[in-house]
Ligand binder design. Sequence first.
Ligand code: PHB
Length: 396
Amino acid sequence: MRPCHMRQNRVAVVSVLIALSGFCAMPAVAQETVKIGVVIPMTGTSAAVGREIAAATKLYMAQHGDTVAGKKIELIIRDDASVPDNAKRLAQELIVNDHVSFLGAGLTPSAMSMAPLATQGKVPTVVMVSGTSVVTERSPYYVRTSFTLGQQSGIIADWAIKNGSKKAVSILSDWAPGAEAGKVFNQHFTNGGGQILDTLKVPLANPDFAPFLQRAADLHPDTLFVFVPAGQAGPFARQFAERGLDKSGIKLVGPGDIVDDDDLPGTGDTLMGVVTAGIYSAAHASALNKQYVDAYQKATGHRANFISVGGYDGMHVIYAALQKTGGKTDADAVVGAMKGMSWDSPRGPISIDPRTRDIVQNVYVSKVEKVNGAPWAVQFETFPNVKDPLKEAAAK
Ligand code: PHB
């Protein structure tokens, strides 16, 4: 959009009349809508992730209204089907054609591919799903409201060692967040005096866990560390039980992803007693969470999960930043407003680290138990204000 004075030069004779008639006010009126373009997988292997983020972002708007600092908020959801090239193209279209003021990024590979566009287009982008440390370093306009796998995997390794684990096998979904979960778990586990018998990598798309579970069982570990992403906890639990591993005495541990609340109600007894270190449980005991879980259940028919809060809090950080900037969407002002922001989320207290733009949050150790006949991840220990350990280690 050209500045008003340039257009006035081009129509010099009638410039005064045009200005008086309110022509110059038109761009300001057009800017009254602030668009948020969220790029997530609504179809394909990770469609559950898209469904959860879409539901939570819409729920946030339904609860908090669609006007902030005098601006009308419009949410645009685009399906990248988990394909990074799609994400890049969609982000480009959202920036160039839709003139979005904010982007929401989803899975790690897609968030990585969108980062140069956010930087060049100066578009503040909220990372709502990705759990890989490096993602927030790919653009100065990236701010994360999800989690990192490192945040959870070191804590569960320490817990396992403290509770007698000595020999572990790691089973990891074969992509960036899996590599990170394994790296941090294996490091903590061996530092604590434990031994990693093997690290097995399972393909991300349509995984068959059976051969990996068999190989793991043949090694006779006392502990199995597993990372599967959102949407795969159900199939994993089924194959775990089919091999009789739920009754083998091998301790199953992992980040919160393996007791995903979206899948947990359908897992029967198979995950009973599984201990995880996670950032969220629908069983988290707070009034805010109860309200969230009830509203989410009512809106979707599903139990709220750890992915959904990344979308819900992603909308909060955008709303709160706009309030702070008085509705200004300039990227440096917006990201400046987000840095250091802290608030109460359904998951507990969270904040944005002003140095790294990454999320700082409690990590809860939970055990799957039956409550009123259904499995829930019941939290029993809290590690407060956990930062991404890989960034903290790199800063030392
Ligand atoms: C990711 O995109 O990094 C991701 C997605 C789902 C998970 C964990 C990580 O459960």
